[in-house]
Design a protein around this ligand. Structure first.
Ligand SMILES: Cc1cc2nc3c(=O)[nH]c(=O)nc-3n(C[C@H](O)[C@H](O)[C@H](O)COP(=O)(O)OP(=O)(O)OC[C@H]3O[C@@H](n4cnc5c(N)ncnc54)[C@H](O)[C@@H]3O)c2cc1C
Length: 382
């Protein structure tokens, strides 16, 4: 009897666990370990901020996976011995025949500290949502800054989506003319991973809404007393009344301690098979760094889920024989604009240069984004 232990119940882990359960022999065991009790869709957070829908509507209880034969253990993963396929957790140790590592990322601790002061929040922290909403409802003049603090960060379009939501909320309250909205990024353009045209598309939309984009602005420090950001290089400063920061992703501590990270400081699985070290260990999603011609594969749920499925197929081939699959770098990102319209950035992210095109925003693609969520939640959780 084969036992596969899946570490992490996010996009990558749930996609892998369900694929494994569907195809592993009935006497095989799939165990999924996560410290959280719920799965949540990342983009639901901005729908909540925009007032479209509460975040809870896109969440599912991980234990519901037990109904389809996956054993769910709510526990902290505290140690990983990949060579021995052994895992330590707060609920005890697990010996496995194969491992899926899908522990995602955590916010950079340094960047979180920069956001400790008054009027500053981690835009990506679901717990910060009520405070962000309250501050946006109270502001009557001054400046809101959405600031990308470093990379890699999750879902490259999301900070721009957030800035446009801020613009809409301020317009709805009739205070937009007295509140400046600025986005800062250390990158040379808005969406380098999607190319020059997509970046110009984003910049044009921000401009149309009166949102200022400051590219090549790397945050060096934040002074909480003066509510001021200091940028590297020429040390320009920018004051804020409300700062919505996007921290860089960092590797979860247990992975940093495991000795599994490569020279980049991230897990570096084979880009096609997702195998890490031996053929019975795979790593997918935000805990990995997969190099591309322009940097790295975006940290995004769509990619994590696609990788999880392919990685599961390769574990099944290693355990029971047969052909595996290859992840070919095809994928897409949604770029949501006001008025329930979504632009679509799609293509071959592994090509050199990436062969990625942007389809301008429309409502049909907004429905495609809704369908992505609905279909995946139904396929995974029933
Ligand atoms: C505001 C926002 C908007 C987004 N919009 C989109 C979008 O439109 N499209 C898109 O594709 N992506 C989007 N994303 C990104 C997407 O949510 C992530 O890229 C995706 O969740 C990564 O999947 P993952 O499986 O690698 O990690 P995760 O989904 O983060 O899952 C990792 C899991 O591991 C668990 N874990 C970690 N460490 C431990 C431990 N030591 N012990 C036990 N459990 C542990 C965590 O609890 C978590 O459940 C968005 C993200 C944000 C924040």
């Amino acid at each position: 009897m084969a036992r596969v232990v899946v570490l992490g119940g996010g996009f990558g882990g749930v996609a892998a666990a369900t694929e494994l359960r569907d195809h592993l022999r009935a006497d095989g065991e799939v165990v999924l370990v996560d410290r959280r009790d719920r799965f949540a869709m990342g983009f639901a957070k901005l729908w909540d901020l925009a007032g479209l829908r509460p975040i809870a509507a896109g969440t599912r209880v991980l234990r519901d996976l037990q109904g389809r034969g996956i054993r769910v253990v709510q526990a902290d993963v505290t140690g990983i011995d990949a060579d021995a396929h052994h895992v330590e957790t707060s609920a005890g140790g697990f010996d496995a025949d194969a491992l899926v590592i899908a522990l995602g990322s955590r916010p950079s601790p340094r960047h979180r500290r920069l956001l400790d002061g008054p009027g500053a929040h981690d835009l990506y922290d679901p717990e910060a949502l009520p405070a962000i909403r309250a501050d946006l409802a109270a502001i009557t003049d001054g400046r809101v800054v959405v600031s990308i603090l470093g990379g890699p960060f999750k879902c490259p379009p999301a900070p721009y989506e957030a800035a446009l939501i801020v613009d809409t909320l301020l317009r709805d309250r009739g205070v937009r003319s007295d509140v400046e909205v600025v986005v800062t990024t250390p990158q040379p353009m808005a969406l380098p991973v999607a190319g020059v045209d997509a970046s110009r598309y984003v910049a044009d939309h921000l401009g149309d809404h009166g949102v200022t984009l400051r590219s090549e602005h790397r945050v060096e420090d934040v002074d909480p007393d003066r509510q001021t950001i200091r940028f590297a290089g020429d040390h320009t400063e920018l004051g804020y009344d409300l700062l919505l920061g996007v921290p860089a992703d960092a590797l979860p501590q247990v992975l940093a301690d495991s000795g599994l990270a490569g020279a980049s400081g991230w897990l570096e699985p084979d880009p096609a098979t997702l195998q890490l070290g031996d053929e019975r260990t795979v790593a997918v999603g935000d805990c990995t760094r997969i190099p591309t011609a322009t940097g790295q594969l975006p940290h995004a749920g769509v990619f994590a889920a696609a990788q999880g499925r392919v990685a599961a197929r390769n574990l099944l081939a290693a355990l029971t024989g047969g052909d595996g699959e290859r992840f070919d770098g095809h994928g897409y990102c949604f770029l949501e604009l006001p008025g329930e319209r979504v632009a679509f950035v799609e293509g071959d992210f592994y090509a050199d240069p990436p062969d990625v095109t942007l389809t301008p925003a429309d409502h049909a693609q907004f429905r495609r984004k809704q369908a992505y969520e609905r279909d995946h939640l139904a396929a995974w959780f029933g």
